[in-house]
Design a protein around this ligand. Sequence first.
Ligand code: ATP
Ligand code: MG
Length: 902
Amino acid sequence: MRTSEIRHRWLDFFAKKNHEIVPSSSLVSSDPSILFTIAGMVPFIPYIVGTEKAPYPRAASVQKCIRTNDIENVGRTTRHGTFFQMAGNFSFGDYFKTGAIDLSWELLTTSQEDGGFGFDPERLWFTVWEQDEESYRHVTEVVGLDPQRVVRLPREEIFWDTGQPGPAGPCGEWHYDRGPEYGPDAVTGTVPEWPGDEKGEDRYIEIWNLVFDQYLRGEGKGKDYPLLGELDQKSIDTGLGVERVAYLLQGKQNMYEIDQIFPVIEKAQELSGRAYGGDEEDDVHLRIIGDHVRSALMLVSDGVRPGNEGRGYVLRRLIRRAVRSMRLLGYAQPSMPALLPISKSLMVESYPELEADFPRISEIVYAEEEAFRRTLETGTSIFEQLAGEVKNGGGRVLAGDDAFRLHDTYGFPIDLTMEMAQEVGLQVDADAFRGAMQEQRERARADAAAKKSGHTDTAIYNRLLTERGGEVPFLGYTEDTVATTVESVLVDGKLVTAVEAPAQVEVVLASTPFYAESGGQLADQGRITLTGGGLIEVDDVQKPVRGLIVHRGRLVEGSLAQGASAIATIDGERRGAIARAHTATHMVHESLREELGHSATQAGSENSPGRMRFDFRYGQAVPKSVLEQIEGRVNTLLQDELTVTDQQMSLDEAKSLGAQALFGEKYGEVVRVVSIGGDWSRELCGGTHVSSTGAIGTVQLMGEASIGSGVRRVDALVGLSAYRHQAKEHALVSQLSELLKVGAAEELPERVRVLTQRMKDMEKQLAALRGQQLQAEAGRLVDSTTEVAGIRVLTHDAGEGVAAGDLRTLALDLRSRLGEDSPVTVAVAGHESGRAALVIATNAAARERGLAAGSLLRIAAEAMGGRGGGKPDMAQGGGGEPAQVPAALAAVHAAIEAAQDA
Ligand code: ATP
Ligand code: MG
């Protein structure tokens, strides 16, 4: 029965039972404190808690729902979607328990010819609250359900409430038993061992929850509250999972295989070339794609837009998870344009509004995929740079810190980092990555705690600043090395007079060439050498309070004492690369303003060695052509060798010159203005810059994306990093030109187009040929059937180059050729790209003899070191060693023999 038909039947049934049919509300409720509609009862809450009088005594609906806390379950259990449709019937002071139970029983068990769902009554189980005698008696005595299939549960497991004093009540839940193939029998009795939702989930599937809203409850935590008495107006609120009913009635293994979802999975299979039913992890990704694409479609349809918080963030996460899953399946092209229209075509029958709105919906979803792809692209190029460095240094492990930076700064998911590392023969230090994640969490917690208590511990720094009587002079605009003295030393945040190596220290100097991180420019690194042989490696420089420059680093040699003479030297190469990035940032900023107008104001930036990031306020994506123009403009100005100058002046004077200031930033009375090319670019800025734009070399924009409401980000490589990136791409193009035998690189796209077309044609021909060949072979194979303990068994190794799909066709063909007269088991195997695949099919007569394809397959898959499973009539597995295929087929023989002996 199609999913849309289940929805129809529900509404028809309850309309006939005098229920007011209420259309689904939006996924987004008008109450901003509720993220999404999570159940059919949400729109009826006022009638249930009694704050409003219901306009009708009974109602029914099929409500669109989103449950974000089921997101981790998607694809891993059989029954959880992020989007699903909950069918509900409601009574407000009208019928109560017995009425609700009768209605549910009637709809579930009435035959399909007569308009019901036609569930086998012998497979339905009911759970009730152990003190709810009325429901128990009604189900067992009036409905006539076998008491063996009624389970009585304690209050913690089967009670509904709103989390606060008010209405509450027990539930009655219908479950469907999928049979012993799916798990152990439930034991019922006085102390029932109900497999419950977690443990037995594969076998007993909850399909319908009836909530009996009976009591007034008092104060209490969790389910620990007193029942104060019966409500005056008792209500019924029920919820049936339309998708759950669909997969059970459609004979599918899980809700992602139903008619409203599976065609999306099929498309994803086709795009990625990974077959569903082969590898379990691949299957999870395919199911995630099927589910999330649909959820994204329905959310955007109800007005949600991707964003960084709340509803928008959930949508963004769904789209990104789907894109990432495609990526992990090996498909790196844009996939939403192929998948989303399919999902729409499947949902439009129940939700006709999708049709007219689809241009808007698709535009939003595709743009989000594009944005994520750019994030991934930037991440990929950074990854490649890092991986190259590791390899050049002869290493095999990508540092956890680097993986963390990819994740934290560039939003690059760790599983992709691991996957890509593996591809180039590297490992990722996953422990260190987890350590860095943990540290970040702790930092965030500490920050939050500090914010709460209203002070971070800056008291000591304030004291040092006062004692020294003013700002520490920063000499780094002109000097790389400064001779100075150690004013104070801190260890673990406490002042000390002296310390011996090795130690982590914080040092304040009388003057310094070190730039402290600020205005988006990263800190300098370098070393401080001390008279008497001490050496400090400086990793970080900060201004914990305005005017005080604190060097943080490791005392690696000798000793460090207050008052010692010191030579402070920055890492000039790093500084140079940072300065080039910083000047480039100003230039990109000005060029953006030229192209986009003056409303494109700065919202933040980061200047690190060889790389810059610039955030600005702008309401829409910047077209690629504009980015190209900006890149061209900046690079032309580099060549023009514009001079970069700085001047101290009063804030008013700076403003009158039109210098750009960062909104929200506090400036002193005297400010520093950095100008490029005279008055072309003027910004208030304390950072360090090159003296001529010629020193920058090259600026290459890597992409542009949204990072939140109305804020966009451009990323660029600067100087040698840009050159290296281009050199690598150039090498790649030459390599491709050589491989594809084109004279000039410009011919590449056309050549690739021709080749892919030819490949597609060939694949089509090949598939046709393979089909014919298998057909021909099938005729011969039938003769090789052997008999094992009265079972006709056909095993065959089809060898190299046979995909799982072909094996399935072959197995079904062979099974039907062998007929239904006697028990038949067919097992066919093959391998492709070093992975074995195996399909087993049994006919009805064999199943009667206890031979389930699923169980045989598990045994055989184990014999070849793979995995898999399936239904009693047909099962599929793979992933094992091709060399073990004969062993797997032999295991099938052995298992049949053993089963027939027993
Ligand atoms: P489960 O324990 O299986 O997650 P639940 O107790 O969360 O179910 P209810 O809150 O009672 O389910 O929701 C009512 C009905 O809605 C369930 O009986 C089920 O049929 C369906 N349902 C609940 N969550 C989902 C979901 N994530 N995807 C599909 N259907 C669902
Ligand atoms: Mg649940």
